[in-house]
Design a protein around this ligand. Structure first.
Ligand SMILES: Nc1ncnc2c1ncn2[C@@H]1O[C@H](COP(=O)(O)OP(=O)(O)OP(=O)(O)O)[C@@H](O)[C@H]1O
Ligand SMILES: O=C(O)C1=C[C@@H](O)[C@@H](O)[C@H](O)C1
Ligand SMILES: [Mg+2]
Length: 175
């Protein structure tokens, strides 16, 4: 039996992992998993509730548990991680051991635009912040996280990354 292809998307909050992942899975006819959504469904709580009631530490434990479960699946898939997933526990090493990881690198200006557009309160990391505070938070998060994201096997940069570009990068990767 051929080894199933497991594609894991990583990147900053708002970089488009969920949106892009869904489109990529549809195009490849692969199963799609969004780690944040999987946690919310299984725990019957929103990410915001888990942060507020049980704290970020508990969320990071759950995140690693669900990540391991998905990565150990026998079928191929596209997995969109949460923005912080690669940066806690040994998650990024685990991702690289078991999948082809892809970093979606988007400019801070575009991240801000997208996060401002999204429903307030959807992302606990940015809860209650004004635009100036969000810019600082994006810069700080990227400074802490970029080294983890850069461990990905493939990096795609730009504010309008297409699924066709990733498919062509995947073909080069396996060539
Ligand atoms: N290529 C794109 N161009 C413009 N807007 C986009 C693009 N991709 C995603 N968006 C928009 O940006 C916002 C964030 O996208 P998305 O939720 O997919 O990001 P994410 O990386 O999954 O974030 P998180 O880490 O918080 O889960 C959404 O409103 C989405 O519609
Ligand atoms: O950047 C982060 O740390 C997070 C991003 C989201 O995808 C969620 O996983 C959660 O809100 C934490
Ligand atoms: Mg997402």
């Amino acid at each position: 039996m051929r080894t199933p292809l497991k594609i894991v998307l990583v990147g900053m909050p708002g970089s488009g992992k969920s949106t892009f992942g869904k489109a990529l899975a549809r195009q490849l006819n692969f199963a799609f998993v969004d780690l944040d959504e999987a946690i919310e469904n299984e725990e019957s709580k929103s990410i915001r509730e888990i942060f507020e009631i049980e704290g970020e530490g508990r969320f990071r434990e759950l995140e690693t548990d669900y990540l391991e479960k998905v990565l150990d699946g026998v079928e191929g898939f596209v997995l969109s991680t949460g923005g912080g997933t690669p940066c806690f526990n040994d998650n990024m090493d685990l991702i690289n051991e078991k999948s082809v990881s892809v970093y979606l690198e988007v400019t801070n200006e575009e991240l801000l635009k997208r996060l401002l557009k999204d429903q307030a309160g959807k992302r606990p990391m940015f809860a209650g912040m004004d635009e100036g505070e969000m810019i600082l938070k994006i810069k700080n998060l990227l400074a802490q996280r970029e080294a983890y994201y850069l461990k990905a096997k493939i990096k795609l940069s730009g504010d309008d990354i297409s699924t066709e570009l990733l498919i062509s990068e995947l073909m080069s990767f396996f060539r």
